[in-house]
Design a protein around this ligand. Structure first.
Ligand code: 5GP
Ligand code: ZN
Length: 117
């Protein structure tokens, strides 16, 4: 998709700190982290947001969650003392600024309000 920042990151036309990649999904660090750990789990398929997903995307969405938990385990996030949040912002009104579906993985908070993520 032309002019989509995340498609450009996926195509390596823009730099990013990639921490995981497979044929369908890429994970990179958020450029403006709202927590100690702030990663974006992004499908390579350009889908605008959760509001336009279809049955065809079921497998991809499950894979995003499986990738999220694998990364959390790799990072040894302790669920009792730290834990993590998985967030989809859906629509401008909810804070979505990039119109390419992405799952925020956040862990290690100070006083960040959820509404600012
Ligand atoms: P949204 O607000 O759409 O749910 O989340 C978009 C996220 O993408 C924001 O947290 C923002 O900091 C991050 N972001 C925006 N542009 C870039 C970029 O060029 N590179 C990276 N790594 N993250 C970005
Ligand atoms: Zn895109």
């Amino acid at each position: 998709m032309e002019d989509c920042i995340f498609c450009k990151i996926i195509n390596k036309e823009l730099p990013s700190e990639i921490i995981y990649e497979n044929d369908k999904i890429i994970v990179f660090k958020d450029v403006n982290p709202k927590a100690e750990i702030h990663l974006l789990i992004v499908p390579k398929k350009h889908i605008e947001n959760i509001n336009v997903i279809t049955d065809e995307d079921k497998g991809l969405l499950s894979e995003m969650l499986i990738v999220a938990k694998k990364i959390a385990i790799d990072l040894k996030i302790n669920l009792d003392t730290q834990g993590y949040k998985l967030i989809f912002n859906v629509g401008r009104g909810a804070g979505q600024t990039i119109n390419h579906i992405h799952l925020h993985l956040l862990s290690g908070f100070s006083n960040q309000s959820l509404s600012e993520i």
